[in-house]
Write a protein that binds this ligand. Structure first.
Ligand code: USQ
Length: 382
């Protein structure tokens, strides 16, 4: 399959590109290094400096023999996107090209505007490039479980049947993001749904929870192929941050009561899920929504596990309860259906003590690179 990956330099985009190339697909990545730029501007550099796409793909080719085509360009620019589509004629497009950080989107007007225009702009351009240059192309869009928020009812996979005054119909599940970033993902879904039902696009929207880990089969072949791994307060996700904090002897930064529960998954499972979605594409005129996580944990549960496993490895892990910089429920009901990807064949990699121990050991190798000034939260929601 010819597969275009938008945002192919990112934490998820780069390992996805390597995996799909290793499966024999014809893969092209496009990225404008926005996340690298924003990370520099906000003093949020990753744990390990990663080579740019030209270098990464050359290293990957030399160790594996697999080719990944690279285009450097801004997916929010319609001319750039149209050119890439005309040239490559993708049969599937995996869309990661968004500003991915909730805290960044809440920093102020400029960051909010960038998040809104970039995220909606890339999705809109993708839709039109498919309509005009590659009809039939399956869009696999990375959404987020955060689109649903934390309602006091079970969360379905995208759709809900509602009975009202004796009549019933099917609607997108109610959504209420807890940051502007999450809200842009909701708007993406609405935009896609409009074009699906009006023009018959085929779209899979993957509602993903926070991802952890830095190992994949392909990345492990050479240390320079590692995904970019953030542990700062803006681009780092909670478990990756806790791993680094444990290794650095910094008390784990639990925000508020710590009862916030999310659906987590290993980086390896993100790759599996995207591959499964590509293998069995959505039908024309179908917006298929799949909830993408393997295990539910509260922040407190994660912190306690990191403390316990770190302790068995000789680390003195402490837990701090910080005033919550975000506006979110800290104790809530959370039951999210995720049967769709299991039915497609997902074999989860669970967060066992052994897996957690290996993650801690892996981060420990890079302990000299940890900058303790990148840990405490700098962005308050209000
Ligand atoms: N949290 C802490 N301490 C920390 C960092 C986070 O207690 O040091 C808490 C947050 O308050 C939140 C939870 O952990 O309740 C998850 O935070 P996160 O930073 O790991 O995740 P989030 O900001 O929601 O965003 C991340 C990714 C985003 C993806 C989303 C999935 O950055 O791209 O869409 O996870 S989800 O959380 O399900 O919406």
């Amino acid at each position: 399959m010819r597969i275009l990956i938008l945002g192919g330099d990112g934490y998820l985009g780069w390992p996805t590109a390597m995996r799909l190339a290793a499966r024999g697909h014809d893969v092209m990545v496009i990225d404008n290094y926005l996340r690298r730029t924003l990370a520099r501007e906000t003093s949020s550099l990753p744990l390990i400096d990663t080579p740019d796409l030209a270098e990464r793909t050359a290293i990957y080719r030399s160790v594996s023999g697999f080719e990944i085509k690279v285009r450097i360009g801004d997916c929010a620019d319609p001319a750039v996107m149209a050119r890439v589509f005309q040239e490559f004629q993708p049969e599937a497009a995996v869309h990661y090209a968004e500003q991915p950080s909730a805290p960044f989107s809440m920093m102020g007007f400029d960051q909010a505007k960038l998040t809104l225009t970039n995220n909606l702009g890339t999705t809109f351009n993708l839709i039109w490039s498919v309509l005009q240059h590659a009809p039939g192309c399956h869009i696999v869009k990375l959404g987020t479980l955060g689109e649903y928020g934390t309602p006091n009812i079970d969360i379905e996979e995208g759709w809900i049947d509602i009975e009202h005054r004796g009549r019933s119909d099917r609607f997108l599940f109610p959504r209420q993001g807890a940051s502007l970033y999450h809200t842009t993902k909701i708007m993406d879904t609405d935009l896609l749904w409009f074009y699906v039902r009006t023009y018959g696009l085929r779209v899979t929207d993957l509602m993903q929870g926070p991802v952890y880990g830095l190992d994949t089969k392909e990345a492990d072949a050479d240390p320079r192929l590692i995904p970019n791994f953030h542990y700062d307060d803006i681009f780092g996700t909670v478990l990756n941050r806790f791993l680094v904090q444990a290794v650095a002897g910094i008390p784990l930064t639990v925000y508020g009561q710590g009862g916030q529960t999310r659906g987590f998954l290993n980086l390896e499972d993100t790759l599996q899920c995207v591959e499964l979605a590509l293998k069995t594409p959505a039908m024309p005129g179908q917006l298929r929504v799949l909830n993408q996580y393997t295990e539910l944990f509260s922040v407190n549960e994660l912190a306690a596990r990191v403390k316990r496993v770190g302790g068995t490895m000789g680390m003195n892990v402490r837990i701090a309860q910080l005033p919550n910089p975000r506006k979110e429920r800290e104790e809530h009901y959370y039951n999210v259906r995720n049967q769709g990807l299991i039915d497609l064949g997902l074999k989860p990699h669970y967060l066992t003590d052994d897996v957690l121990g290996r993650l801690l050991a892996r981060v420990f190798r890079y302990r000299a690179a940890i900058d303790p000034t990148r840990i405490q939260p700098r962005v308050r929601w209000s």
